[in-house]
Write a protein that binds this ligand. Structure first.
Ligand SMILES: Nc1ncnc2c1ncn2[C@@H]1O[C@H](COP(=O)(O)OP(=O)(O)OP(=O)(O)O)[C@@H](O)[C@H]1O
Ligand SMILES: [Mg+2]
Length: 422
C-alpha cells in the first residue's frame, strides 16, 4: 500500500461553476470543519483550491459578499496548489510540502495519482506522521549508540587485557634473566658450601684426635693426608666466590628495580610537594642523563625566566628524565636535543625536542599505553611515558606530543604555576 494512503481524505471537490456563496455555505457545515480549503476539480484534474482564509477575507471586506458572492469559485482560487502523487514516498512528499507550504498555513494539499484528483491531505497529519517517524528513528539511533558504547567498552577492556598480557609476559621475561643466574649462583654456592663442610669436619676430626688423652700418631697421619687430598680437590677460590655473591646481589637488585618500577606505576606514592624551579629540575635531569646523552646528542638549552611550580620534585624529575632518555634513544647516530622552558599566565611549559626517528600516527596513539615499547627486550619497559602522563595529570598539567617520522619529536609538559589562577 502506498505510504500516503493513510493521509488521504476523500472529499468531494467543487466544480468550476460553483459560486463563492455556495462554497461559503459548505465551509459552515460540520463535516467540513477540518478543511482549510476545498479543491476545484474539472474533468478529474485539480485546477486549484479556495481556502477558508480567502473566503474570510472576502466576507469580512465591505460589500465583499455582494460583489463576489455570485462569482464562480475559479475567480478567487489559488491556481497553484500543493499537489503530491499518492505513489511518492512519505519523505519525498514531506520534503516537498515543507519546502513549499506558505506560512501561516492556510491550505491543505491535494493528493492525486498520475495527475487525477483523489482527495486532500492535511499538513498537520503529515507533520504528525513525520514526527512519529523521527521519534522512532531517534530511538533507533539511541539504541545503536548504546550498543556501540558497550562494544567500545568491551574493546577497551580487551585492549587492556591485551596490554596486561603483554606486560605480564614482559615482566616475566625481565625478571627471568636475573632470576636465572641468581638461581645458578646459589647452586654453585651450595656446592662450595658442601665442599667447605667436608673440609670443616675433617679439621674438626683432626682437632679431636690432637686433643684426645693419648694421641694416636697413625690416626693423625691419616687425617692429615685426607685433609691434604680434600684441599687438593678442584674447587673454588675465595675470589671466585666473592664474584659469585656480587653477581647475585646485582641480579637481585635488578629484580627489585623492576618491582619498584611496577609499584610506582600502580600507585604513585604521595611524594612531598615543594615550590620548584623547573629550570633547575631540568639541569638535574640533564646531569643524570649525561651518560646517555653525551654519545647521542648535542643538547641546546633555551630557558626562560619562569615562576616556581608547586610540585613533587622527585616525580617531575622522573618525567624529565624519561623524556630526555626517550629523546636520546630515538636518535640513531648523532643528533640534537632542544630543552626549552617558557611561561604564560597559567602554565610553565617545558619542551623536549629531538631530531630522532619520529613516531608515526599509529604508534602515536599508543605511546602512553602501559607497556607499549618499541625497544628491544631489556631496554624498555614501556612504562616511562605512562608514568610521566600520570604524574603530569596529577599535577593538573598536560603533556602533548608532535612528531614527524624521520624528522623528530617534540614533547611538551605544561604545569600550572598557581600565579594568575583565581
Ligand atoms: N622522543 C621519541 N622519539 C621517538 N619515539 C619515542 C619517543 N618517545 C617515546 N617514543 C616511543 O614511545 C614508546 C614508549 O615510550 P616509553 O617511555 O613509555 O617507554 P620506553 O622508553 O620504551 O621504555 P622505558 O621508558 O620504560 O624505558 C617508545 O618505545 C618509543 O617507541
Ligand atoms: Mg622511556
Amino acid at each position: 500500500m502506498s505510504e500516503l494512503q493513510s493521509l488521504l481524505v476523500r472529499v468531494p471537490p467543487l466544480s468550476p461553476e460553483q459560486t463563492i456563496n455556495e462554497l461559503g455555505d459548505l465551509f459552515l457545515r460540520q463535516e467540513y470543519r477540518r478543511f482549510l480549503c476545498l479543491p476545484v476539480v474539472d474533468n478529474g484534474q485539480a485546477r486549484g483550491v479556495v481556502s477558508r482564509d480567502r473566503m474570510q477575507g472576502i466576507y469580512m471586506s465591505r460589500y465583499g459578499r455582494e460583489l463576489l458572492g455570485r462569482k464562480p469559485v475559479t475567480a478567487v482560487m489559488n491556481r497553484q496548489p500543493l499537489v503530491v502523487d499518492l505513489d511518492s514516498d512519505m519523505e519525498e512528499a514531506s520534503h516537498y510540502i515543507t519546502a513549499n507550504v506558505r506560512l501561516p498555513i492556510t491550505e491543505d494539499f491535494i493528493i492525486a495519482r498520475g495527475g487525477e484528483y483523489l482527495g486532500v491531505g492535511h499538513v498537520v497529519d503529515l507533520l504528525r506522521v513525520m514526527q512519529g517517524r523521527l521519534r522512532h528513528r531517534n530511538e533507533e539511533v539511541a539504541r545503536a549508540y548504546s550498543r556501540l558504547k558497550s562494544s567500545q567498552a568491551q574493546l577497551v577492556q580487551s585492549e587492556k587485557m591485551a596490554s596486561l598480557g603483554q606486560m605480564v609476559a614482559g615482566v616475566a621475561h625481565e625478571i627471568n634473566t636475573p632470576l636465572g643466574y641468581v638461581k645458578n649462583n646459589i647452586g654453585l654456592a651450595r656446592e662450595f658450601f658442601e665442599h667447605l663442610r667436608g673440609q670443616l669436619s675433617a679439621y674438626e676430626g683432626l682437632i679431636d684426635a690432637l686433643t684426645a688423652g693419648s694421641p694416636d700418631e697413625a690416626d693423625i697421619e691419616a687425617r692429615l693426608a685426607s685433609i691434604a687430598s680434600l684441599r687438593a680437590e678442584e674447587g673454588f677460590s675465595p675470589e671466585d666466590v666473592a664474584g659469585l655473591f656480587e653477581d647475585t646481589v646485582y641480579g637481585v637488585d635488578q629484580i627489585s628495580e623492576i618491582v619498584v618500577n611496577l609499584r610506582d606505576f600502580s600507585r604513585l606514592d604521595h611524594a612531598p610537594v615543594d615550590s620548584v624551579d623547573l629550570n633547575k629540575s631540568l639541569d638535574g635531569a640533564l646531569l643524570i642523563a649525561r651518560n646517555v646523552l653525551k654519545h647521542k646528542a648535542e643538547v641546546h638549552k633555551r630557558y626562560a625566566e619562569i615562576p616556581p611550580v608547586s610540585c613533587a620534585p622527585s616525580q617531575i624529575n622522573q618525567v624529565f628524565l624519561n623524556l630526555l632518555t626517550n629523546a636520546a634513544q630515538a636518535i640513531n647516530e648523532r643528533g640534537h636535543i632542544l630543552v626549552k622552558t617558557e611561561a604564560d599566565a597559567r602554565y610553565v611549559h617545558v619542551t623536549v625536542q629531538d631530531t630522532g626517528r619520529g613516531i608515526d600516527q599509529e604508534q602515536l596513539a599508543k605511546i602512553f599505553d602501559p607497556f607499549y615499547t618499541t625497544k628491544p627486550v631489556g631496554q624498555g619497559t614501556g612504562l616511562g611515558l605512562t608514568i610521566a602522563y600520570q604524574i603530569v595529570e596529577r599535577h593538573g598539567g598536560k603533556i602533548r606530543v608532535a612528531s614527524r617520522v624521520g624528522e623528530g619529536s617534540k614533547f611538551c609538559v605544561s604545569l600550572p604555576h598557581g600565579r594568575g589562577l583565581n
